[in-house]
Design a binder for this molecule. Structure first.
Ligand code: HEC
Length: 139
């Protein structure tokens, strides 16, 4: 009888772990899907729907090193825009990306989840509370 309880105990733990993982997965899928729609309406014009950018005017989002090393700045870039010289994929850009102040933290998290898991990037879920933190830290 005692071993049955041990079995039930472990089964319960396994169920909990499974539930946690799938909740993160559900969020990831939701953010990614909405992020794709937002990206195509808000960013695709310049960066292209496939993230390849446009010549020396708009940098690509395919530079996984750039996105990885600036991962905590992406929220700020999306919300406040960007200007000044930057190097992406070995090329120098000096353009102007407009601010999009009307985007909410969750929309920014969705866009980041989409771009950092597309075009060759693989960074996983970007949580809304992390966007909130990033925006506070950068100001
Ligand atoms: C009007 C055109 C335009 C729009 C719309 C735009 N960007 Fe940009 N983006 C730029 C330009 C130009 C730069 C480079 C700025 C510079 O040279 O300092 C840039 C730079 C970036 C960078 C950093 C460099 C890189 O390529 O990784 C990221 C990330 C980025 N944009 C993401 C986005 C996202 C996400 C959106 C949509 C929410 C967006 N952009 C909308 C023009 C645009």
């Amino acid at each position: 009888m005692k071993s049955n309880w041990i079995l039930i105990f472990f089964m319960t733990i396994i169920c909990f772990i499974g539930a946690c993982q799938s909740e993160e997965e559900i969020n990831y899928n939701r953010y990614y899907t909405t992020g794709k729609q937002l990206y195509e309406s808000r960013c695709g014009n310049c960066h292209n729907n496939d993230g390849s950018g446009l010549a020396l005017l708009y940098p690509p989002l395919t530079d996984t090193t750039y996105l990885q090393s600036n991962k905590n700045k992406l929220a700020f870039i999306i919300k406040n825009g960007l200007n000044g010289e930057i190097t992406v994929s070995g090329k120098t850009y000096n353009g102007q990306m407009p601010a999009q102040q009307d985007l909410s933290d969750i929309e920014i998290a969705e866009i980041i989840t989409y771009i950092t898991n597309s075009f060759g990037n693989k960074q996983g879920l970007k949580k809304t509370e992390d966007v909130n933190k990033d925006l506070k830290n950068c100001q």
